[in-house]
Design a protein around this ligand. Structure first.
Ligand SMILES: [Zn+2]
Length: 473
């Protein structure tokens, strides 16, 4: 870029920022409007119905970046100023409903309901809140709309989330200028708060050591809420183990043994309301491998391990699941079974920044990272990698010596990947997004590909940096 062009770009972005800085005080107060609704349906029908709107504490999001430019998530909430018909805020997100509607249960037309919330800056004037969902070509189509008058007596203004103590772990500036991480714990009893504090510190330290969070550390705030549960541990339906916990986290979500989610959204949002936040991480007081992450909702992960040799699973879980919920990263692996049917519909380019259907190699979305001479798709001796993995699937996970055998297999896979001519290159490597064929990932290995603590690949790192910048000023 020549200097004149660079200067013009800088001036333009300053003008845009100045303009954006005027928008916030004109349209919004420094509070949060939380809109709760029920999201019901099957794979073919979908109904959104309003539950309740709440006024909450300070607005934690940016006051400059109001309209979403990240283009992530299956859903989008839009706020339109009624008087001027101007779009004054939007935000992409994904939801449990959005995953559920791709399960066999939904395809079998068994209707279900999930409770969801959107957080918006509190408007000064009447607004229209609109939910849009991507159609099969990934274009947003409106599915729900409701008018909200900020002066209305129908907005609940109780002080919520007063029952648990908020602890600030690290503060780099005011919430609207920084990315605000909120750590919650589930399945920690009153006597286990010391453990919760240690686990929360560990989560923060893992994030701060992981790139690209590390080099953006000055943009990150961390807070934790000392959520107390009645019982220790979380639900394990497959073992008939049931725990009364504050947030209702459970293994076996969508009948997937290691998938940990909570469906108790209202409870979670009420508790989280005690602190300003952009992103939530829920630590489960559990030792069996399990977690989950949904874009712009929350991520979960266990904080212990059954075998001390597997302690590295914890930092893996902390960061991998957070990659989903923070930056909308897709899974790059394809070897594990999941409950989804066509999670990424064939013939359509996924919105995940790190998964491509490679429908148009000349316009690959991460093309600027691909060096000349790297073929697309990019050869990576997939057959050999797969044959090693196929042997593993015949092993009994619970048998003694499983982990040693797994380590041996992983070592062979890593050696084979390292020997690839494109080992350190960005390309389009076939096998990603739960599909062995037809979907491609940017690098041979990544925190979103293998169960390992290898770094996020350059495309995932770029995706994370974009979100950090969007939420901080
Ligand atoms: Zn994942």
């Amino acid at each position: 870029m020549n200097r004149v062009l660079a200067l013009c770009c800088l001036l333009l972005s300053l003008v845009a920022q100045t303009f954006a800085a005027d928008v916030f005080p004109k349209f919004f107060e420094n509070n949060t409007l939380r809109v709760d609704y029920f999201h019901s349906g099957t794979a073919t029908t979908e109904i959104v119905s309003l539950d309740q709107a709440y006024q909450q504490g300070v607005w934690a999001g940016s006051r400059i970046n109001l309209v979403d430019t990240l283009n992530l998530g299956k859903y989008l909430v839009k706020v339109i100023d009624v008087a001027t018909n101007q779009l004054i805020f939007s935000r992409g997100f994904a939801s449990i409903y959005g995953e559920w509607e791709t399960t066999q249960e939904a395809l079998d037309e068994q209707a279900r309901t999930f409770h969801e919330s959107v957080l918006l800056p509190f408007p000064k004037r009447p607004v229209q809140v609109v939910l849009a969902k991507r159609d099969k070509w990934m274009r947003f189509q409106d599915i729900f709309s409701t008018a909200i008058d900020p002066g209305s007596r129908f907005i609940n203004r109780e002080k919520r989330g007063q029952e648990f103590k908020v602890r600030t772990l690290r503060e780099q500036g005011p919430p609207h200028k920084k990315v605000d991480f909120l750590i919650l714990g589930d399945g920690y009893t009153k006597d286990e708060m010391g453990k919760f504090r240690k686990d929360a510190d560990r989560w923060m330290n893992v994030i701060l050591k992981t790139e690209p969070f590390k080099k953006n550390a000055s943009r990150l705030n961390f807070r934790a809420i000392e959520v107390i549960s009645e019982d220790s541990g979380i639900d394990e339906p497959r073992k008939n183990t049931w725990k009364n916990t504050a947030l209702g986290c459970s293994y076996n979500s969508f009948d997937s043994p290691r998938y940990v989610l909570t469906f108790e959204n209202r409870r979670m949002r009420d508790i989280a309301a005690a602190a300003p936040y952009d992103f939530i991480y829920i630590m489960t007081n559990a030792t069996r491998y399990g977690g989950g992450g949904i874009y712009n909702l929350y991520a979960t992960g266990m904080t212990g391990v059954e075998n001390p040799d597997l302690d590295w699973h914890i930092p893996y879980m902390f960061t991998h699941e957070f990659g989903h919920s923070f930056a909308g990263l897709g899974d790059e692996y394809y070897s594990s079974s999941t409950s989804y049917v066509d999670f990424y519909p064939p013939g359509v380019e996924p919105t995940a920044p790190n998964v491509t259907a490679l429908l148009d190699p000349d316009n690959l979305k991460w093309k600027s990272f691909v060096e000349e001479g790297t073929p697309l798709p990019t050869e990576w001796s997939k057959a050999h990698y797969d044959s090693l993995g196929a042997v593993r699937r015949t092993w009994d996970r619970s048998a003694p010596g499983y982990y040693e055998k797994w380590l041996g297999m992983r070592k062979q896979q890593v050696e084979q990947m390292d020997a690839s001519p494109f080992a350190d290159k960005v390309g389009a490597f076939e096998g990603a997004g739960y599909s062995a064929t037809g979907l491609f990932r940017p690098a041979i290995d990544c925190r979103m590909f293998s169960l390992s603590t290898v770094p996020f690949d350059p495309i995932c790192q770029q995706g994370i940096v974009r979100v950090i910048r969007f939420y901080s000023e």
